[in-house]
Design a protein around this ligand. Structure first.
Ligand code: F6P
Length: 342
């Protein structure tokens, strides 16, 4: 079993569920250290009953994680295959998002590696499943922050800009924005203009509401009526999967809002707080169900599949289905959020 990509609440709950069900069936369970890097370097650890005890509420991942891509390393794939063989492993459960599962899918398709996937990410941007675990926890954290910002915004007659994660999709922004009663929400998929956002805030003031809460997704591109748009990132360099490090749009948006409306504006960047700490009950249950399903697939010898949530049922989908595209926020969800703008 390995955990790859950004850590996320519920990873340990999956590890526990996979291990518990597999151990009962007499299988030996081995953890790979730090995602694909551990398979490239041959770093393993036994996961016995003692190691998996007390994991359900624990955030992060006891296995460690990384954004290593064996396909991007010279000889990386060969080393993964050799270490898998040498350790005499029979199956690999990869717990991760788009990148980690993309590697698992390719290793299965191109090299016959017996892989099973579990969909993880706070961003909820993975196709092939209705929800990923970790998302509910991130939304809860953001909603609580928005609730708290309301009282200080109201006291000072300020505009509060809250920047949330989500990479190139606005799931966290839309869900926490709806739950927290945001007055404007800006997401990458359907970018309203900076002028429109300011207009909504001015409308509120005209109606006697002297404070506003603006939620902006880190992947939102500052978009203007002139047709110009601009992405804000921490650095131009990309990681081994080709991702730039987003962040900073909240600061720039806040400056624009203050300049254009004249209303005092502050910014809060929630950052990695969104990924830290204990998973919500909903994420613990979802992670547990995914873990049990992954263990079942391994036991049945069914590979190249991912555990998935469809409605209220846990099913399996081909791993290949979840790679190459992102699950974006549909128009009707954003329309729902917009009903409360201004
Ligand atoms: O994919 C999860 C995520 O938290 C994104 O929302 C965010 O853009 C990115 O990871 C941050 O990555 P890092 O932890 O490497 O800063």
């Amino acid at each position: 079993m390995l955990t790859g990509g950004g850590d996320c609440p519920g990873l340990n709950a999956v590890i526990r569920a996979v291990a518990r069900r597999s151990q009962v069936r007499g299988h030996e369970v081995v953890g790979v250290r730090e995602g694909w890097r551990g398979l490239v370097e041959g770093r393993f650890e036994q996961l016995g009953p003692r190691e998996i005890s007390g994991l359900l509420p624990r955030g992060g991942t006891i296995l460690g994680t990384s954004r290593t891509n064996p396909f991007g390393l010279d000889g990386g794939v060969e080393r993964v295959l050799a270490n898998f063989e040498q350790e005499r492993l029979d199956a690999l459960v990869a717990i991760g998002g788009e990148d980690t599962l993309g590697v698992a899918a390719r290793l299965h398709e191109e090299h016959g590696l017996p892989t099973v996937g579990v969909p993880k990410t706070i961003d909820n941007d993975l196709p092939g499943t209705d929800y990923t675990f970790g998302f509910d926890t991130a939304v809860s954290i953001c909603t609580e922050a928005i609730d708290r910002l309301h009282t200080t915004a109201e006291s000072h007659n300020r505009v509060m800009v809250v920047e949330v994660m989500g990479r190139h999709t606005g799931w966290i922004a839309v869900m926490s924005g709806i739950a927290g009663g945001a007055d404007v929400i800006l997401i990458p998929e359907q970018p309203i203009t900076v002028e429109q956002a300011c207009g909504e805030i001015e409308n509120r003031h005209a109606r006697g509401k002297d404070f506003s809460i603006v939620v902006v997704s880190e992947g939102y591109e500052l978009t203007y009526e002139s047709g110009e748009s601009r992405q804000v990132a921490q650095e131009a360099a990309v990681d081994q999967f080709g991702h730039i490090r987003l962040g900073g749009v909240g600061q720039e948006l806040a400056r624009e809002i203050e300049e254009r409306t004249g209303f005092e504006t502050r910014v809060t960047v929630l950052g990695h707080v969104q990924r830290g700490g204990s998973p919500t009950p909903r994420d613990r249950v979802l992670a547990t169900r995914y873990g049990l399903k992954a263990a079942d697939l391994v036991h049945e010898g069914r590979f190249g599949l991912m555990a998935s949530l469809r409605g209220d049922s846990i099913v399996e989908v081909p791993l290949a289905e979840v790679t190459g595209s992102l699950k974006t926020v549909p128009e009707d969800w954003y329309a729902l959020a917009k009903a409360f703008f201004g």
